[in-house]
Design a protein around this ligand. Structure first.
Ligand SMILES: [Zn+2]
Length: 165
């Protein structure tokens, strides 16, 4: 006799079309949302060199496919975008990824806009990300990049003077 394993909670209805989930809320009121995303099945990963934060996932309960951006270094969050079956199939069959989270800087801003504030503590790590943002999001204004890292513009400009480590 095998024991049925409990499915992770399904929050797909409350996530709507897009959602931002705080990865640091593994307990308390928001734990269900954390468990729902953490429990999703990863079906595919975007290019590990240029889009390492992006995956295609599926809810194990209702099988809804989601485009998921994950950041555990700067802000600790997931950003989700609901996908239809054709979009999920295009990723799996054609490696055609929706561009929603392609801009790393704008992706990080989603956390800021959802009031999930950065937790990092040292300038070296931040400087690394400031330099990454310069490379990855050249089209973004620096004041927006500063917000994406949860610092003000003056601090962002100071970080750029530090070595990229
Ligand atoms: Zn679901």
């Amino acid at each position: 006799m095998t024991e049925a394993r409990a499915l992770p909670p399904c929050c797909c209805a409350e996530f709507g079309e897009e959602a931002v989930v705080d990865m640091s809320k593994a307990s308390g009121d928001l734990a269900r949302r954390f468990e729902a995303v953490a429990g999703m099945q990863i079906l595919a990963r975007a290019d590990p060199k240029t889009r390492w934060w992006i995956t295609l996932r599926r809810c194990r309960s209702c099988e809804t496919p989601w485009l998921v951006g994950q950041d555990e270094v700067v802000h600790d969050f997931w950003a989700l975008k609901r996908l239809g079956a054709p979009a999920a199939a295009a990723i799996l069959n054609e490696r055609w990824w929706p561009a929603d989270f392609d801009s790393y800087g704008r992706f990080l801003l989603r956390a800021f806009d959802a009031c999930i504030v950065a937790r990092f503590g040292n300038s070296d790590e931040l400087a690394y990300y400031a330099h990454r943002l310069e490379d990855l999001s050249p089209d973004m204004h620096r004041s927006d990049k500063a917000r994406a890292l949860g610092v003000d513009l003056a601090e962002y400009l100071r970080l750029l003077t530090l070595p990229p480590s």
